[in-house]
Design a protein around this ligand. Structure first.
Ligand SMILES: [Zn+2]
Length: 129
């Protein structure tokens, strides 16, 4: 379970970093794409995925879902639930649901897992609050 948690926390940290990109509303005019970070746990990945705001929002509708580059999937810990041009949507196991919800920047919850994910996100992007 520890490895699953560690991987989940890394991916949650990239999700937090990506939320910052998503909040730049003015940059999303006319269905243009933005560069988001691959949310995989392969370190250091830091590769970028081109998504429209709509594509990004589709991933964010479920706290178990993350966006990764094709092939950046940890087969024993996550499942591909959508394959698209240039990216895949993965789903984390329900066993991690509490961690995934707690670290979701769109949920109002807080706790030790959320703190750990925010600390990791700060390492990814030092400009994060
Ligand atoms: Zn990756």
């Amino acid at each position: 379970m520890d490895r699953a948690r560690d991987v989940g926390l890394i991916e949650a940290a990239f999700r937090i970093a990506n939320e910052r990109t998503a909040r730049w509303e003015e940059r999303h005019a006319d269905g243009r794409t933005e560069l988001y970070l691959c949310e995989c746990a392969e370190q250091p990945c830091r590769k970028r995925i081109e998504l429209t705001r709509e594509q990004y929002e589709e991933v964010r509708t479920d706290p178990r879902h993350f966006v990764v580059l094709p092939g950046h999937v940890i087969a024993d810990l996550e499942t591909v639930v959508g394959s698209f041009d240039g990216y895949e949507m993965i789903e984390k196991p329900s066993a991690l649901l509490q961690l995934l919800v707690e670290t979701d920047p769109r949920s109002a919850t807080s706790g030790p897992e959320a703190d750990a994910a925010r600390a990791l996100a700060h390492e990814i992007d030092p400009n994060l609050a």
